[in-house]
Design a protein around this ligand. Structure first.
Ligand SMILES: *Cc1c(COP(=O)(O)O)cnc(C)c1O
Length: 371
């Protein structure tokens, strides 16, 4: 293996599978379409698809490039791209690779209406299907989606389009499903039902929070993301309540150990002063590896079967921890997050969400896939 930075992530494949089974338990009537966007929340796009292939009914991606990468890796499941096509060439590619596109605005509708597939090459027998699409309704989030009051007529028109597969799906996305007391989710569901009840089409509404907190949102397909990756989608409920397991561990070795004197300062800005003589360890992981610089003081890491506190600021490549009286040796691996230091704990300490930490570490660190 080529030399790389010492910090690395370990991906726990069995935990990913376990967490998808929790989705199926929570929404037993629905088919599952795990969200593999953003490199599967940092877990590795192709590896995660392969890990889940035999128990997932399809996969959801943000952009066409991600879906094409999966097709290139011989993933045969239904794939749906939530940003849809950005050009005519995208439509053609999606058609050829059998990728379902979400249509979420008027420009995309216009492009679709004008779409004329290239004629079928004689050599390619698979190349005769029509383009699969999903219409996205804006039920209140006001980010992506078509005006719900137009959906019926759009749906009827596209049903007649010769290049479009008649199996048109309908979807929407929740703004506040992670807040079980927020009435907005009810309003979004009602809104969706009001405009789609008459349409006999497969429907999909629920993200992880919808799956766990809003049973009426399950419908035909669910789109789990963060719960697959071992984080609770509901702020006020611990992930253990949902029996979710850790899927990613961020590890880095100790590269120095020393004893500082009472009054010595540690790190940039000299923000931490030893209250007494203190043994500290330096861990080879920093914000360049996706560890958040914004953590509150005294955030924990795990080493040698106990928690230790970070002292001073997080640097680009290193963190300093208080070893107290723990026996530790250079080279030993420190858990920055994982089984003991949960991603939910750390994201709260860093004033962010677990999604951001997982994506960042996944993009910054080499990964080791475990069975
Ligand atoms: C990311 C995403 C999901 C998954 O959301 P989680 O909160 O991670 O479960 C579902 N649907 C859409 C449209 C998304 O963009």
């Amino acid at each position: 293996m080529p030399l790389s930075r010492p910090a690395h992530i370990r991906i726990h494949s069995q935990a990913l599978r376990h967490n998808l089974l929790q989705v199926k338990k929570a929404a037993p009537q629905a088919k599952t379409m795990p969200a593999l966007k953003a490199n599967a929340y940092g877990h590795g796009l192709v590896a995660t698809a392969e890990t889940l292939a035999d128990i997932a009914d399809g996969f959801m991606l943000a952009c066409l490039a991600e879906a094409l990468e999966l097709r290139g890796a011989h993933i045969a499941q239904p794939l749906m791209v939530i940003q849809g096509a950005q050009s005519d060439a995208d439509l053609q590619l999606a058609l050829e690779k059998n990728i379902r596109l979400v249509i979420h605005d008027e420009t995309q509708l216009k492009r679709l209406a004008d779409f004329k597939p290239k004629s079928k090459p004689r050599s390619n027998s698979k190349y005769n299907q029509r383009l699969a699409i999903t219409l996205k309704l804006d039920t209140g989030m006001h980010r992506l989606g078509l005006a719900p009051e137009k959906i019926q007529s759009i749906y009827q028109q596209l049903k007649q389009h010769p290049a479009i597969h008649p199996d048109i799906w309908l979807m929407s996305h929740f703004a506040c499903a992670d807040e079980p007391d927020n009435t907005m989710t009810h309003e979004q569901i009602n809104n969706f039902d009001h405009y789609t009840a008459a349409l006999d089409a497969p429907k999909t509404l629920a993200n992880s929070a919808g799956i766990l907190a809003w049973a009426e949102s399950h419908r035909d397909w669910v789109r789990p993301g963060i719960m697959l990756y071992g984080s609770s989608p509901i702020n006020t409920i611990d992930r253990q309540e949902f029996d979710l397991k850790t899927t990613m561990t961020l590890l880095a070795p100790l590269i120095a150990i020393h004893t500082l004197k009472k009054g010595d300062a540690v790190g940039y800005g000299a923000t931490w002063i030893c209250p007494e003589d203190t043994r500290v360890g330096v861990v080879a992981c920093g914000y360049a590896d996706g560890y958040p610089r914004s953590i509150s003081p005294m955030t924990s890491v795990w080493l040698n079967n106990r928690f230790h506190q970070i002292v001073g600021r997080v640097s680009m490549d290193v963190i300093v921890i208080n070893l107290e009286d723990t026996m530790a040796t250079i080279g030993e691996q420190v858990e920055l997050w994982g089984q003991h230091v949960t991603i939910d704990y750390l994201s709260a300490r860093a004033q962010t969400i677990s999604y951001e930490l997982l994506c960042r570490a996944g993009n910054s660190c080499r990964s080791v896939i475990e069975p």
